[in-house]
Design a protein around this ligand. Structure first.
Ligand SMILES: NC(=O)C1=CN([C@@H]2O[C@H](COP(=O)(O)OP(=O)(O)OC[C@H]3O[C@@H](n4cnc5c(N)ncnc54)[C@H](OP(=O)(O)O)[C@@H]3O)[C@@H](O)[C@H]2O)C=CC1
Ligand SMILES: O=C(O)CCC(=O)C(=O)O
Length: 476
């Protein structure tokens, strides 16, 4: 029944990322040897720590990899999963370096992970374990607002970020910027409205931008807008749920398939994302969900007919053994590394258009950047000018009414006088980041007569931006 991760990958996650980088490096001129510097992690910390639980001592192992420090802090999520290991953590840290460069966020790349199955521990036990892990990271300089700032990833969320923040604050109360030691924390504790859904929102904005370019849409064998497009999403966690929900509710897309751990739900008429999520929250599974066809072997649904496929769960789910069967003409990588290098080659050969992870799922880190700036500036965005903007809006409405002698319609009045709330500013900044990055990648892939796929162009553009001249070249 269970549909466990099906990653059949030749080579490790890191080797796959390195192969993708190699392909892009053919498009970029670098100093000799610089490619090796780009492939290796600057530092990886491994910690193992014992905790007494349920009358016995249990030992937990975790990692925090720092891929690059050309900008500081190094930034990236923290994953709690039984499959976490050093190789995956280092691969994910490298992706963070390229991702930050693509969306022009001034961070180095980092990622962390704790090898644990969070479902096996209760809330108090998880708090104990998370706080201890945070202490191990902080004591060794792998957690601080200046050098290394974690965020949520698989198996972690606002709750874990709050525990980490509190642990750091207790260790370093004299650090006036302590609130910025993590992002993705609860809004009450200095988190940013809009960060929770930011990665999913970024997927929506990336797709909207793609569909604003008819030539790119046509090249994918599609036409029109997102309205009515048939979408299959894998993983209804933080990223997958928000992406699918916004695309359905705000763009009129039809979610015809949802693939979860225990199997998949299919409905050609469109599944209600909200209803499925509510069912999952209540029952802990999609098993037994009414009003949809259930497919036992969920991963097989990746190959079902649809317009857009959104893998939003795990790495390596599209691999050499299933790539040929994928029918979606457009794949947007909401997860990190869902397509292996070999599968990517097969899909490219078939003409499948892939919007790569280092662009597509960057919405999270973009809003993390806003959160970190807000924390360092100790003031919420818009606090100083919101009422001023509203007063100016009222003056404009009064002037219009005086000149025209007519009453302004209520909806127009509301739009003109309402000062932006913080979440409006966050969405606007995120939308801008996703639009600009898409346009830059699209330009780069065609520049000088080139005809690159989006992934190769994104990697090449990132490497160009990382500006090797500013890397740590030992000039100390
Ligand atoms: N959170 C963020 O801001 C960002 C996340 N990402 C990436 O997005 C991906 C998802 O992260 P996130 O949404 O945060 O993680 P979550 O843990 O919130 O969600 C992952 C979802 O995938 C499901 N899942 C696990 N295994 C399978 C499987 N074999 N088949 C189908 N579904 C499965 C999980 O089910 P279950 O709960 O049963 O395990 C869960 O619903 C990861 O690759 C992450 O690195 C990228 C950028 C930012
Ligand atoms: O928000 C962040 O800092 C990092 C998000 C992340 O881990 C990712 O983009 O993979």
């Amino acid at each position: 029944m269970s549909d466990q991760p099906t990653a059949t990958r030749s080579g490790s996650f890191q080797q796959n990322v390195a192969l993708m980088l190699d392909r892009a490096l053919k498009e970029v001129k670098l100093e000799p040897g610089a490619d090796r510097a780009l492939k290796s992690c600057n530092a990886t910390l491994q910690v193992s720590f014992p905790i007494k639980l349920r009358g016995e001592v249990r030992t937990f192992t975790g990692w925090r990899a720092v891929h690059s420090t050309h900008r500081l802090p190094a930034k990236g999520g923290l994953r709690f999963s039984p499959t976490v290991d050093q190789d995956d953590t280092e691969a994910l840290a490298a992706l963070m370096t390229y991702k930050c460069a693509i969306v022009d966020v001034p961070f180095g790349g980092s990622k962390g992970g704790l090898c644990i199955d969070p479902t096996q521990y209760d809330r108090d036990e998880m708090e104990l374990i998370t706080r201890r892990f945070a202490r191990e990271l902080a004591r060794r300089g792998f957690l601080s607002p200046a050098t290394n700032v974690p965020a949520p990833d698989v198996g972690t969320g606002q709750r874990e970020m709050a525990w980490i923040l509190d642990t750091y604050k207790n260790l370093y109360p004299e650090d006036i910027n302590y609130v910025g030691c993590v992002t993705g924390k609860p809004v009450d504790l200095g988190g940013m409205p809009g960060r929770l859904e930011a990665t999913g929102r970024g997927i929506q904005y990336a797709l909207r931008e793609f569909f604003r370019h008819p030539a790119e849409v046509q090249a994918a064998g599609l036409q029109g807008s997102l309205e009515g497009k048939r979408i299959i999403v894998q993983g209804l966690g933080n990223v997958g749920y928000h992406a699918a929900k916004f695309l359905q509710e705000e763009d009129g897309a039809r979610i015809v398939g949802i693939i979860e751990r225990e199997g998949a739900l299919i409905d050609e008429r469109g599944l209600s994302v909200e209803a499925v999520r509510c069912y999952m929250n209540e029952h802990g599974t999609v098993l037994g969900y009414p009003d949809a066809r259930f497919v036992d072997k969920g991963a097989s649904v990746l190959a079902e007919d649809c317009d857009v496929l959104i893998p939003a769960a795990l790495e390596g789910v599209i691999h050499k053994d299933n790539a040929e069967s994928i029918r979606a003409p457009l794949i947007i990588e909401a997860a990190n590394g869902p397509i292996t290098y070999e599968a990517d080659e097969i899909l490219r050969g078939k003409g499948t258009v892939i919007l790569p992870d280092i662009y597509a799922n960057a919405g999270g880190v973009v809003v993390s950047y806003f959160e970190w700036i807000r924390n360092l500036s100790h003031i919420r965005f818009g606090r100083l000018q919101r009422r001023l903007d509203e007063t100016r809006g009222e003056h404009i409405v009064s002037a219009l009414e005086m000149m025209s002698g007519e009453k302004t319609p209520a909806w127009m009045r509301e739009n003109l006088i309402r000062g932006a709330e913080e979440v409006d500013l966050v969405r606007s900044g995120l939308d801008d980041a996703m639009r600009v990055a898409f346009q830059e990648i699209a330009r780069f892939r065609r520049e000088g007569g080139r005809h690159l796929d989006y992934r190769t162009a994104a990697y090449a553009l990132a490497v160009t931006r990382i500006n090797l001249g500013s890397l740590d070249l030992g000039a100390y």
